[in-house]
Design a protein around this ligand. Sequence first.
Ligand SMILES: Nc1nc2c(ncn2[C@@H]2O[C@H](COP(=O)(O)OP(=O)(O)OP(=O)(O)O)[C@@H](O)[C@H]2O)c(=O)[nH]1
Ligand SMILES: [Mg+2]
Length: 222
Amino acid sequence: MDNLYSYDYQFRMIVVGDSTVGKSSLLRTFCDGSFSPDPDPTVGVDFNVRIVEVKPGVKVKLQLWDTAGQERFRSITRAYYRNSVGVLLIYDTTNYVSFTHVTNWLNDARQQIEPYHCVFLLVGTKIDRESERQVTTEEGKAFADFHNISFIETSSKSTLYVQEAFALIAREIYDLLTEGHIHVQKGWDGVKTGPNTASSNQNQSVNITQNDQPKRNTCCGS
Ligand SMILES: Nc1nc2c(ncn2[C@@H]2O[C@H](COP(=O)(O)OP(=O)(O)OP(=O)(O)O)[C@@H](O)[C@H]2O)c(=O)[nH]1
Ligand SMILES: [Mg+2]
């Protein structure tokens, strides 16, 4: 059981994508290890928390915002982008249309998050339904490479690569933090220091100049 009061950093992330691509299922598998074949659609936004270790001895509390894919909730869910340091862009590998919409989700997130710094991860879901696959792994990878973001395929039902997906994005954010590309900043909730971090300097500014952009996964520099 995670001790939710013992961590070094808090990363706030948002999970977006079309309705029924499996956003809530991904979070449920990750956060409590359960899978439902018939969950209710998300209404507005939902919230999950889990502690992960990004490297030995460094604990990060992931604050995970699960958004509704349905269009009628779009104005509500947009409000949650700004304070996020990570965006999981989700599509369903058995639904090609959901893949074609990832560009819109990416552009929408970039618009809302700028000028703050964030990391994207492209996630193709439902790989247990291999015979129904409509989006190849190569197509997913090509999209991610084109946008210079990371990519993974998962199954919430079988749990395949679910832990790895969150470990990947958390580690990328942590690396950018330690390299000085992302900072804790007053008035922005994307990254916060936790109780275990002694030097909680909330007043540093985010450096978002073009020259300081890291190679991958920026919302505002690529
Ligand atoms: N076979 C299989 N089904 C999945 C998987 N992930 C989700 N599903 C199913 O896909 C359907 C939609 O899942 P949700 O997690 O509710 O989708 P969502 O993206 O949260 O949908 P909204 O809340 O409406 O935006 C449900 O019937 C899930 O059981 C998976 O990895 N494998
Ligand atoms: Mg949902």
